[in-house]
Design a protein around this ligand. Structure first.
Ligand SMILES: [Zn+2]
Length: 581
């Protein structure tokens, strides 16, 4: 282990200050940093302003010049989102905002150098800032800039946004980059700023399915929220194969937060942070930068969420009670700011939120939304693996020992030349003991995990045709028992890059259909944006064309996908072949 996480905080953190009546207040650092210190966290990196060259990775030179003008003359007429309202000008705002960005960029560099595994800037997470516009209390987008820093080293980045507001700026600034997967859980844009973040915003072209949005309704409650995080993040982390994880832990989803309405708890937020920690160790070599975010209950909520996030990063248990002297110190301030009484524990009591502030209907609709998101974003093989119990992508067990190989480096030691023609045949369970699964035959990103899933699937009675070259499994087509009587579901059809575009997939698909005919079983396929090679994705429309041709050549009838799927993934198709018997 590389020791304690790096805590990013210093004098300049306090200068990001829109004034006493603004909700995003540096007052939060008083109780917040003191509670962090009470559990053993000490600031180890004081933010200093990022350079203009660094800000220009994502922000326009004109915008930076505008922020600088406001910084010296806050009375300039409003422009670029800066002015009365959410983002009022203040003297020194450029240096203050650039320091938040500098804190996250320097923290990312410490992670990339291997000085630390995890770093945390509670004052960061300014996820609404756009290329040329301030928005939602955010001037420069420190999280997106930290991601950009990792991208300059060629790394693949998974971004997880747990703030109650849609992470629109981070999504927009990396929307066309297939090597940045952004996932945002937030209150629906229908009821909350910034109004975006629908499931249909999933990225375009080669970046389709790399912007993921899980909009939830007011009062969905902590169980539905946490279930959504668990249903989406682990499977996507496995599919995508990140080299580094960046996460935003806004505290404003809490029931006591004055600005939003999801009715969450610190308990659920702490559990989500521990889940991100497990993902970092399992899929990203431990590399993880976390930031704070929104949070407007400065005394009752923000310090506890910051500390729970840090405890997750430090792999330490949550103390049962808040320190008595911390409560004594801040009780008066909390009352003065109408944010009292202070709770007793880090995690919430069972009556938070009370039943009257939970909506069972919203919790139910969250399940429908999550199911739709999974259908269009999570590869079918991984969905089947979880539902059939072939492989779980998060078993809830902390494993600071597990180290995944970054996907880009997962290459076999030796390989038959691509000149060799694959042999197409049905697979038996023993094949997965003798054959090596070639990288990128199918999701997930790590071929070793793919092998585990295929082995479990075949033992579970799934039927598969494979393309075998020497000791390598160079392609696979797999069906699992489906929802309809007599019809099985295609859950994988893939070929390793060296053997693509030579008819291997068609040959496997035909062999599989012939076997289904022999067994008197039909076959159904649903192709969505989820089915992609995360390292070298084709544009979504091209993928759709390939899927249509493969299905047609194998004797399936292609049709439009159900309307609820088409509404978010216009290139989705279904294909069916009924039993020949
Ligand atoms: Zn960790």
């Amino acid at each position: 282990m590389a020791g304690q996480p790096l805590l990013v905080y210093g004098p300049k953190s306090l200068t990001y200050d829109f004034g006493t009546r603004h909700p995003l207040s540096p007052r939060r650092f008083g109780p917040g940093i003191e509670l962090l210190r009470a559990v053993g966290a000490e600031p180890g990196l004081a933010p200093e302003p990022a350079t203009d060259a660094e800000l220009e990775w994502l922000h326009s030179p004109d915008y930076i010049a505008t922020v600088r003008r406001f910084s010296t003359d806050p009375d300039e007429p409003p422009m670029a989102g800066i002015g009365p309202g959410d983002d009022p000008a203040f003297a020194g705002m450029h240096e203050a905002a650039a320091a938040v960005a500098g804190g996250s960029i320097r923290a990312m560099e410490a992670i990339l150098r291997g000085d630390v595994e995890h770093a945390y800037q509670p004052g960061g997470g300014l996820h609404h800032a756009m290329r040329s516009r301030a928005s939602g209390f955010c001037i420069y987008n420190d999280v997106a800039l930290a991601i950009a820093r990792a991208r300059r080293d060629g790394l693949r980045v998974l971004y997880i946004d747990l703030d109650v507001h849609h992470g629109d700026g981070v999504q927009a600034l990396h929307y066309d980059d297939p090597a940045v997967l952004t996932i945002s859980f937030h209150e629906s844009g229908r009821s909350l700023f910034p109004g975006t973040g629908s499931v249909a915003e999933m990225g375009e072209g080669i970046a389709a399915a790399t912007s993921v949005n899980v909009p939830l309704e007011a009062a969905c409650g902590p169980e539905a929220w946490l279930a959504a995080v668990r249903a989406v993040v682990p499977a996507l982390a496995a599919a995508f194969g990140p080299d580094v994880i960046v996460s935003q832990h806004g505290a404003d989803g809490h029931f006591w937060d004055p600005l939003a309405h999801l009715s969450l708890t610190t308990t659920a937020m702490g559990e989500a942070a521990r889940l991100v920690d497990r993902m970092a160790h399992r899929y990203a070599g431990g590399r993880w930068l976390a930031t704070g975010g929104g949070g407007y209950s400065v005394h009752r909520v923000v310090p506890r969420v910051w500390t729970l996030t840090w405890l997750a990063m430090a792999h330490e248990a949550v103390p049962e009670r808040l320190p008595a002297d911390w409560r004594a110190r801040w009780e008066g301030d909390a009352a003065r700011w109408d944010d009292a009484p202070l709770p007793v524990g880090f995690e919430d009591e069972p009556d938070v939120p009370p039943d009257r502030s939970r909506s069972p209907a919203a919790a139910e609709r969250a399940k429908t939304t999550v199911s739709l998101v999974r259908t269009v974003i999570v590869p079918a093989l991984l969905r089947a693996a979880e539902s059939r119990g072939w492989r779980l992508f998060d078993d809830g067990v902390p494993d600071s020992e597990t180290r995944a190989t970054p996907a880009a480096e997962a290459q076999p030691a030796r390989r038959e030349g691509p000149a060799s023609e694959p042999m197409i045949r049905l697979l038996v369970p023993a094949d997965l003991d003798s054959l090596q699964v070639a990288p990128r035959v199918a999701a997930p990103a790590d071929a070793g995990v793919t092998a585990e899933i295929l082995r479990a699937a075949l033992r579970d009675g799934a039927v598969a045709a494979g393309a075998v070259v020497g000791e390598w499994l160079a392609g696979v087509a797999l069906v699992s028992s489906g929802p309809a009587e007599g019809v099985d579901q295609l859950v994988a059809l893939g070929v390793a890059p060296e053997w693509r575009r030579r008819g291997v997939a068609t040959a496997m698909f035909r062999a599989l259909v012939a076997e289904q005919d022999r067994r008197g079983r039909g076959i159904a396929a649903l192709h969505t944006a989820a089915e992609r090679d995360p390292l070298d994705p084709l544009p979504r429309a091209v993928r759709r064309g390939v899927a249509e041709r493969l299905a047609t050549h194998a004797g399936l009838a292609v049709a439009a996908a159900p309307p609820e799927i088409l509404a978010v993934d216009p290139d989705a198709i279904v294909a069916v072949r009924n039993s020949a018997n």
